[in-house]
Design a protein around this ligand. Structure first.
Ligand SMILES: *Cc1c(COP(=O)(O)O)cnc(C)c1O
Length: 461
């Protein structure tokens, strides 16, 4: 299995090259050369999430790692979860179940993708006798999951930019209280977009790297994160109906990584009915799915900060695979003139949307309302991101066939202020979060308007 770019120029890449490179040289996103077919009867015989991962992951990694190597990596990949099988499925009513993906050490679903990324990074670095810098920006949960996943590997130093933004105090503390010699949280005086610009610049310049050192991207376009997420769609389907009937999945979305993982699973054979794409007021995806208009607008700060984006970076993969059916020339044209020219797909192509996708945008007021009413009705507290997915499902109730699985992407205790405002009291705060309250924060403050961030990395490298 090799990989190629959605924009056509970068191709015949091994898994390891894709892992280390992150983004393709032509600016596109990496795709597998074909969708590997999953033997559903084999999955039906499996029990755990890990069993499924051991079948799915090697479908993508053969170009770089032997089966034995992958097996060994996976045995040690997902760690510090607070329940044995990593995921809990909570039945809500006859037609709805919640997939709790927040039982990892940072209490958000990003642990699934980033622990896998870190494990493969480390293996690759060790094989090549190299070290690496992880350099990224975070608007919420990516930074903490990346730091947590990488901190145990001496071959990796993590430099994470934390913007002036509205991430919760807990989210910030998850990064600033780690106190390990290979972890460097940076409080940057700029917006998330400013931080992303610096990261982009860093990936072009690479001036702070030493010889024989890799620069690694942990943002959601890295294919390895998608792989980790594909596994839990098969797991959900196995546990709910032994993959015997299609399911709907309602997914709270920002960069479209989690939705694309669901789409990928369906291309590999997962029985799927509809994907419900739930967004907050940053509604670029909803505008596309409803009216074929993918146009960038300013980021609005919401109570679901991990979904506050102006463009959904993984969406290029869907445009390429689903709408353009692999036409990399057209994909390249479209994206080279975006965001100046909004994306509109030929009408007959765009009509395919309704076969698979429903979408909805939820504002903060209705997110609050949903958290409250869900607790009142089902005695179950959801976080604001999950509430976006719940509220979206409510719009389509009655018109959906089959059961619906709502992805719960974060533990509500990550957002205490929002919970307070909603008058919701969480009784079971994970110890990984409650222990943060009294810890001392250590982070350097740096400017995004000069070279100080690159200088800082160089000094500490
Ligand atoms: C990152 C994140 C999302 C959005 O995931 P994407 O894959 O970027 O769409 C949703 N909820 C939470 C809690 C997150 O951390």
């Amino acid at each position: 299995m090799f990989f190629h770019s959605t924009r056509g120029k970068d191709k015949n890449k091994t898994f390891e090259e894709v892992l280390i490179q992150g983004l393709a040289d032509d600016g596109g996103l990496f795709m597998p050369d074909y969708w590997p077919e999953v033997d559903l009867s084999y999955i039906r015989k499996q029990e755990s999430f890990l069993d499924i991962a051991k079948y799915i992951i090697p479908l993508f990694t053969k170009s770089s790692f032997s089966e034995n190597e992958v097996e060994e990596i996976l045995n040690n990949t997902w760690h510090d979860f607070d329940i044995k099988d990593l995921i809990n499925i909570k039945p809500i009513n006859k037609s709805i179940k919640i997939l709790e993906l927040f039982h990892g050490p940072t209490a958000a679903f990003k642990d699934f993708g980033l622990q896998l990324a870190a494990a493969f990074f480390n293996k690759s670095l060790n094989k090549q006798n190299k070290t690496a810098i992880v350099f990224g920006a975070t608007s919420g949960d990516t930074g903490s999951a990346a730091i947590d996943a990488c901190k145990k590997f001496d071959s990796i130093k993590s430099f994470i930019l934390i913007p002036d933004g509205n991430m919760s105090e807990i989210q910030r503390k998850q990064m600033t209280t780690v106190k390990k010699s290979n972890v460097f949280p940076i409080l940057a005086d700029g917006t998330f977009d400013d931080c992303q610009d610096i990261v982009k610049k860093g990936f072009q310049e690479r001036s702070f790297l030493r010889n024989n050192q890799n620069l690694l991207a942990v943002n959601s376009i890295n294919w390895v994160r998608i792989m980790g997420q594909i596994c839990y769609y098969f797991y959900a389907s196995l546990k709910i109906n032994k993959l015997s009937k299609p399911l709907n999945f309602s997914i709270p979305t920002g960069n479209f990584g989690n939705v694309f993982s669901c789409y990928a699973a369906s291309k590999m054979g997962l029985p799927l009915s509809k994907i419900i794409v739930g967004v907050n007021e940053n509604n670029i995806l909803d505008r596309f799915f409803k009216s074929n208009n993918y146009s960038r607008s300013k980021v609005i700060e919401t109570i679901s900060p991990s979904m506050d984006i102006s463009v959904a970076s993984n969406f290029e993969r869907l445009i390429y695979d689903f709408y353009l059916e692999g036409d990399s020339k057209r994909c390249s044209e479209i994206y080279l003139s975006f965001p100046n020219t909004p994306i509109t797909i030929d009408k007959d192509m765009w009509e395919k949307t309704r076969k698979l996708f429903l979408s909805y945008s939820v504002d903060d007021i209705n997110t609050y309302k949903c958290m409250k009413s869900f607790n009142a009705e089902y005695n179950y507290i959801i976080d604001p991101h999950t509430a976006v997915a719940v509220e979206s499902v409510m719009q389509f109730e009655g018109s959906l066939d089959y059961e619906t699985v709502i992805l719960s992407t974060a533990h509500p205790a990550k957002f205490p202020k929002t919970m307070n405002k909603a008058d919701l009291n969480i009784s079971n705060i994970p110890s990984s979060l409650s222990s943060l309250i009294d810890k001392e924060e250590v982070a350097i403050k740096l400017s995004t308007s000069d070279n100080s961030i690159f200088e800082y990395i160089k000094q500490n490298n």
